[in-house]
Design a binder for this molecule. Structure first.
Ligand code: HEC
Length: 113
């Protein structure tokens, strides 16, 4: 009994460890991809990818899914505060747990330290 309680409490304490990459990918598709998808023959400009492409000039991939330098803190600041015409995402529309899933999806390619 005590062991079960410990497992439950550990699960609550470490929500980010329980973040779900698959759910994050779906949420990313729902909330972010419409502006941040990769550029391609049928998508010559994207509202988020195109300005990032201009900013980084090829020094970093323009599409967020191809980046390997994103940190959870960096992503969360932009999502909660917005930038340029990227909207602010409120917790009532995108919860902290859902944002953790999106973060887990976006940082899945990070080199492990
Ligand atoms: C309405 C379009 C739009 C949507 C939707 C959107 N973004 Fe953005 N995003 C932008 C724009 C525009 C920028 C700023 C580009 C610039 O620097 O000029 C940006 C910048 C960012 C950056 C900063 C990247 C960098 O290197 O500076 C991150 C991280 C980011 N967005 C994540 C997200 C995530 C995660 C979501 C979904 C929850 C999302 N965005 C949804 C348009 C959007």
């Amino acid at each position: 009994m005590r062991a079960i309680l410990a497992v439950v409490l550990t699960g609550i304490a470490s929500t980010s460890a329980a973040a779900d990459v698959g759910r994050g990918e779906r949420l990313y598709g729902q909330w972010c991809q419409g502006c941040h998808d990769r550029l391609g023959p049928t998508r010559e400009t994207m509202p988020g990818t195109t300005p990032l492409d201009a900013r980084y000039q090829g020094t970093r991939p323009a599409a967020l899914v191809d980046r390997n330098d994103l940190t959870p803190e960096f992503i969360k600041v932009f999502v909660r505060q917005g930038i340029s015409f990227m909207p602010t995402f409120r917790k009532t529309e995108l919860s902290d747990a859902e944002l953790d899933d999106i973060v887990a999806f976006l940082v899945r390619k990070q080199p492990t330290k």
